[in-house]
Design a protein around this ligand. Structure first.
Ligand SMILES: Nc1ncnc2c1ncn2[C@@H]1O[C@H](COP(=O)(O)OP(=O)(O)OP(=O)(O)O)[C@@H](O)[C@H]1O
Ligand SMILES: [Mg+2]
Length: 153
């Protein structure tokens, strides 16, 4: 993998949602920005809403219905759509560089696919240049702040 030393972050969208349904809708709205090939790293604590947002993104890309999108916490990677158009990766249980190598993320991101990675911060700089970074924050009660940034070299 190629290490990337300096990156510039340009804000594409920012939203505070108040229900899971609003988060799914926001995912549908922004999905068109994530046309393949595209690597999207999602960051945020447990329960921040990463999987919920991805339901909307996958549905918005037309790869699967939102109810078909579930967390790949144990399987690590889910594939949606014909010819692997969308990959959904969860690094929560991944530890260390050897595990990352077994995941084959390089292979995934070299395909003409949209690759959505939960716990993307675990990759550090050890990643091809992502297209987008999504930061999700749990605010009070059911409010979630969602920031979408384009990443440039
Ligand atoms: N505004 C909101 N947006 C998204 N989810 C919300 C919102 N309000 C409440 N929730 C609840 O928060 C939880 C979010 O879970 P989700 O699995 O999407 O988080 P996650 O970031 O993927 O967590 P994990 O790190 O465990 O994978 C769900 O139970 C959902 O119903
Ligand atoms: Mg999740």
């Amino acid at each position: 993998m190629k290490a990337v030393s300096s990156r510039r972050y340009v804000t594409l969208a920012e939203r505070v949602t108040h229900t899971p349904e609003e988060t799914v809708l926001f995912g549908r709205e922004i999905a068109a920005s994530f046309q393949p090939p595209c690597l999207v790293l999602l960051e945020g604590d447990l329960g921040a809403g990463k999987t919920t947002l991805i339901k909307g993104i996958v549905a918005g890309l037309g790869a699967a219905g939102e109810d078909e999108v579930t967390s790949p916490t144990f399987t690590l990677v889910h594939e949606y759509g014909l010819e692997g158009r969308v990959f959904h990766v969860d690094l929560y249980r991944i530890e260390g560089a050897r595990d990352l190598a077994t995941l084959g993320l390089d292979d995934l991101s070299s395909q003409a696919a949209t690759v959505l990675v939960e716990w993307g911060e675990k990759l550090g700089d050890n990643v091809p240049l992502p297209c987008f970074q999504v930061r999700m924050e749990h605010q009070q009660s059911d409010n979630r702040r969602i920031l979408i940034q384009r990443v440039e070299a």
